[in-house]
Design a protein around this ligand. Structure first.
Ligand code: SF4
Length: 347
């Protein structure tokens, strides 16, 4: 298995470009958060850009760096300003109350809701109101080499995105080729999807096609199955409908996961404690992982305990400052964590 992936490298470059330049072709200085490899159980996006309300984003920090899942959101959003029995304050969630009680205990442990026992009743009170911090969610698919066959497999995913409309916009990002007409424009992608061509060396991008805003406040259509095509395939596609309220909940849960993870969390699943692990600086003040054993940017999948080249950092590297500062591996982690933190004001 190759430990180098042009797609992974490209994805990290897209994330950094979006962090610096979003929205493209505009002088708007929007507050953004970028994350990667997030979505739902049916669809995972390569890069997500959250356009945030700056005040709301700062207020979101009251709830800590970890995400709030659906159960926690139900509690913090409905917790009253004065002490009240939880069943009077929180609307019936549509699932058993015991899950609400569990969520209340978790929220109390995390210090994001006040809870107390009055007789045999649990009462709750809000500490902060949960802010409306996400303005828009933008999904980007990264395809550095978008040839005809890559475009064909991408087409079905993009049609799914357009029909579901979970993101406000969907884009495809591809590597700039320098051709008079970028090849991506010759492929049959849905017209609702925007196209960006990225120069990964200079970290600049051109918009080749603007997307259409998707109807995120309307019910969505989930494409479950589509006919494979061909002359003898007369089968019908299967669809499922999803309500606007359900979509709003899914969008907020995705945003919460993006808030927790950002895009620099790739290091969490890699081996920075390997002697060959390093970070290289790229244009745009970006740090990407680099493996000295293969002399390339390695993938997160390859950089694991099963890597045949893995060798632990020699203890001597950790001598200065050890165990307070750790060795170079711990320093890499800290560096990326610091940069992630800067994107979440108020933490
Ligand atoms: S585990 Fe070490 S040798 Fe293997 S890819 Fe990661 S840095 Fe390179």
């Amino acid at each position: 298995m190759s430990r180098y992936s042009a797609e992974f490298n490209f994805e990290l470059r897209t994330c950094r470009w979006a962090e610096r330049e979003w929205p493209p072709d505009s002088d708007d200085d929007r507050s953004t958060l970028v994350a990667r490899q997030l979505g739902t159980k049916h669809r995972r996006w390569d890069t997500l850009v959250l356009e945030c309300d700056p005040v709301g984003l700062r207020e979101r920090a009251n709830f800590g760096p970890k995400r709030l899942d659906g159960d926690l959101l139900h509690v913090v959003k409905n917790a009253p300003t004065e002490w009240a029995y939880y069943r009077d304050a929180v609307p019936h969630p549509g699932y058993p109350w015991r899950y609400v009680r569990e969520a209340i205990h978790r929220a109390d442990d995390r210090g994001i809701v006040d809870a107390r026992r009055a007789g045999n009743r649990i009462q709750i009170r809000r500490k902060w109101s949960y802010p409306d911090w996400v303005d828009r969610i933008v999904a980007i698919e990264n395809k550095p080499d978008l040839d005809a066959s890559a475009a064909r497999s991408l087409e079905a995913q993009l049609e799914y995105d357009v029909a579901m409309a979970l993101s406000d916009e969907t884009w495809v990002a591809t590597e700039q080729t320098g051709a008079p007409v970028e090849p991506v424009l010759l492929e049959g992608l849905p017209t609702e999807v925007g196209v960006i061509v990225l120069d990964t060396e200079t970290l600049s991008a051109d918009v080749e096609w603007y997307p259409r805003s998707l109807a995120v406040s309307d019910p969505g259509t989930r494409i479950l199955e589509r006919p494979s095509g061909g002359d003898h395939d007369g089968s019908a596609a299967r669809f499922d409908s999803i309500s606007a309220d359900e979509k709003a909940e899914i969008r907020l849960e995705i945003a919460e996961r993006a808030y927790e993870r950002g895009w620099r969390s790739f290091v969490d699943t890699m081996r920075p404690d390997c002697r060959f692990f390093g970070l290289r600086s790229h244009a745009g003040n970006q740090l990407v992982p680099y493996c000295d054993a293969i002399d390339e940017c390695q993938t997160a999948t390859a950089c694991s305990g099963s890597c045949p080249e893995f060798e632990p950092e020699p203890p001597a590297w950790r001598m200065r400052g050890w165990p307070i500062d750790g060795g170079p591996g711990a320093r890499c982690r800290r560096l990326l964590a610091d940069r992630r933190e800067r994107r979440r004001p108020g933490l």
